[in-house]
Design a protein around this ligand. Structure first.
Ligand code: SAM
Length: 297
């Protein structure tokens, strides 16, 4: 066994499974520690050995590879356990980014832990965190969803369940479905909700575009290249209370508008209902315009 005492827990000399993050595009996005581990372990379990061979060649690493992907993960996990039992150390990588994040790996990690062997994760590239870091969103919380269902009805059902959550939503999407998914998001969340389209992160044609869900189709249509590549979508959180649909908040607003000037009515409605000012203000203007209310100003 190549002993890698310094990369595990302090003083660690037992065989370990290392879960190693690899680049999501730019081959330079790999840590020194990851390269050291990949060089020194006995075997690397890889999602696609051809993809990992490309990375290893780039860094002059010749470690033996073993395939571990979604179709053989259980069987391959047992192979990892056998290797660990024989005193070998093993690294686990996926094609890109952090294993087990919308990628195979979790099942193997659980099996190795259950078999009593330690697992050490080496942090590194991850598309969701890369997009979040570049987007400049002030949202304090986010929900990582990963891939939506491919089938339209199931996808819309899933979106309905996410619609009112007060968290920035993080999705992975394939290029051939990104327009459909965004159209469904606009239908379910409303065309006015903001989205950041993070494309080809760390690569030559990286782009980060912010618009509303309703505007995204036109942005894609303006340049066919914008549909190419890999995507992370960051969708703004639902407003604190979706007051447009909150009957109590709107009722309060209506009563206040009968007696008070618009701005004051909106201010009080916000304080009473806890609803979003923009939404209530918009609603107040609509009510005024419709002529449904007497003019209090
Ligand atoms: N495990 C990976 C990670 O840590 O991000 C994710 C693997 S998942 C199978 C692949 C998806 O991640 C792509 O379909 C895309 O949504 C996103 N992704 C991966 N690389 C990306 C990149 N360079 N730019 C934008 N999105 C990327």
């Amino acid at each position: 066994m190549n002993e890698i005492a310094h990369v595990g827990a302090a003083g660690e000399t037992r065989p370990l499974l290392y879960v190693v993050a690899t680049p999501i595009g730019n081959l330079a996005d790999i840590t020194l520690r990851a390269l050291d581990v990949l060089k020194r372990v006995d075997v690397i379990a890889a999602e696609d050995t051809r993809v990992t061979t490309h990375l290893l060649r780039h860094y002059g690493i010749a470690t033996r590879l073993l395939a571990l992907h979604e179709h053989n993960e259980r069987h391959a996990a047992q192979k990892l356990i056998d290797l660990l039992a024989a005193g070998k150390s093993v690294a686990l990588v996926s094609d890109a980014g952090t294993p087990a994040i919308s990628d195979p790996g979790a099942l193997a990690v659980a099996a190795v832990r259950d078999a009593g062997y330690p697992v050490v994760a080496l942090p590194g590239a991850n598309a969701a965190l890369c997009a979040l870091a570049a987007a400049g969103s002030a949202a304090p919380h986010f929900l990582f969803f990963g891939f939506l269902p491919q089938q339209a009805a199931a996808r819309r059902r899933e979106l309905e369940s996410l619609k009112a959550l007060p968290y920035l939503l993080v999705f992975y999407e394939a290029p051939h479905r990104v327009d459909e998914s965004i159209a469904d998001m606009a239908g379910v969340f409303g065309a006015g909700r903001g989205v950041v389209i993070a494309r080809e992160l760390t690569k030559m044609f990286e782009s980060i575009h912010r618009c509303t869900l309703g505007e995204a189709a036109a942005w894609f249509a303006a340049d066919a290249n914008r549909m190419r590549g890999e995507f992370v979508l960051l969708v703004d959180a639902a407003e604190p209370a979706d007051t447009a649909n909150d009957e109590a908040a709107v009722r309060t607003l209506e009563i206040l508008l009968r007696e008070l000037p618009l701005k004051q009515a909106v201010q009080l409605a916000v304080e009473i209902s806890g609803g979003a000012r923009n939404t209530l203000y918009r609603r107040a203007l609509e009510l005024k315009k419709s002529g449904a209310l007497p003019d209090a100003e």
